[in-house]
Design a protein around this ligand. Structure first.
Ligand code: DAH
Length: 350
């Protein structure tokens, strides 16, 4: 018993002296003197020791208890005093907050904007909530065209307008073509680059329901396919590098005639389709990668924007920002949805 008291005494004194806050100190005090504290339990055991030893041990226990209580009070005073004397050193450097950076899609948009502004395109941004007229009707889509299906476009539950049709979420930046003609009071020259959010009801590893496109529109007297091709080559060399080339592949779009898909030479095999060791390039299809759509503006579209198709001609193109960025960086995402789930561990890699 004597030994036990002495062990508890040493242990408690040590713990008290190591304390840095009153809360901690009180908690330790209770570990010894609380209702089930170790010192309290020891005193309860007194009834089990021989009667002749009790006076001696009782005296010892009381002494130790007093000593510990005094040590506790002194320590408490000391902590309180130290806290009130604590000074703030204003010269200590603060914690540096982690630096963020622009989202990769914003970085790509800024670069695309810069490249086109250098050749006189005006950056615009048209609305995400649109009318059927701007997204389809004015772009030469017949009334029964499947793009209007609910599977391709988000329609908004609002009353349609006789002139503009149903309200929807713009499924492509082409919706900005006739809006730009109107903004320019139907007076070319027009050189527009519309970079905006687009929406389509797709959600899988290669599609997000919201994505971005950039749309070029040039209208003036005497505009022809060579201007389109020259602009494509200029963009490809500026954005992807001077060694890259483009080609126009015949295609179909409602709002352009003729229409093309724009391909760019692969950055890995540089358009050869094979690698130096004779192996087939896995990154592309025979040396080419598909960038997006383009074509000469359909006369009906010019007419919808009240521009005389006999006097003026134009070209247009529209590509996905995310896709164009991935093609440049060679980033192959297992899941495109990663771009918009805001996981810092992913985003900070770019
Ligand atoms: N709007 C088309 C799409 O989303 C892309 C496109 C094709 C835009 C041809 C154009 C164009 O301006 O001329 O798939």
């Amino acid at each position: 018993m004597e030994r036990q008291i002495s062990i508890l005494q040493q242990e408690a004194l040590l713990k008290f002296s190591n304390c840095t806050s009153t809360a901690e100190l009180e908690q330790i005090f209770l570990q010894y003197f609380g209702a089930s504290g170790s010192f309290t339990r020891l005193l309860k055991d007194f009834k089990n020791i021989p009667e002749n030893q009790r006076p001696k041990l009782g005296k010892l226990a009381n002494m130790v208890k007093k000593e510990l209580e005094t040590a506790y009070s002194l320590k408490k005073e000391k902590i309180i005093k130290a806290q009130s004397e604590e000074t703030i050193d204003v010269t200590i450097p603060g914690n540096e907050p982690p630096m963020g950076h622009l989202h990769i899609v914003t970085q790509a948009i800024e670069e695309i904007d810069r490249i086109f502004s250098q050749i006189g395109f005006t950056r615009v941004r048209y609305r995400e909530i649109e009318w059927d007229w701007y997204s389809f009707g004015s772009l030469n889509f017949p009334p029964d065209h499947p793009a209007r299906d609910d599977f391709e476009t988000f329609f908004i539950d609002a009353a349609p307008l006789p002139k503009y049709g149903r309200m929807l979420l713009s499924p492509h930046t082409s919706s900005g073509q006739v809006r730009e003609m109107e903004r320019m009071h139907s007076r070319p020259p027009i050189r527009m680059i519309n970079i905006a959010k687009c929406y389509r009801p797709n959600w899988d590893i290669s599609h997000t329901p919201m994505f971005h496109q950039f749309e070029g529109l040039v209208v003036d007297e005497g505009i022809n396919i060579t201007h389109l091709k020259g602009t494509m080559d200029y963009f490809a060399k500026q954005y992807f590098g001077p060694e890259r080339k483009t080609r126009l592949r015949p295609f179909h779009f409602q709002f352009t005639e003729p229409s093309f898909e724009v391909d760019i030479t692969c950055g890995v095999c540089l358009g050869k389709g094979t690698l130096p060791d004779g192996q087939k390039c896995k990154y592309c299809k025979e040396g080419w990668l598909e960038l997006g759509g383009s074509g000469m503006v359909h006369p009906n579209v010019l007419a919808a924007g009240k521009i005389d198709p006999k006097k003026y001609t134009g070209f247009a193109f529209g590509w996905g920002v995310e896709r164009t960025y991935m093609m440049k960086s060679g980033t192959k995402l297992d899941d495109n949805r990663l771009l918009y789930t805001n996981d810092i561990r992913f985003l900070e890699q770019f």
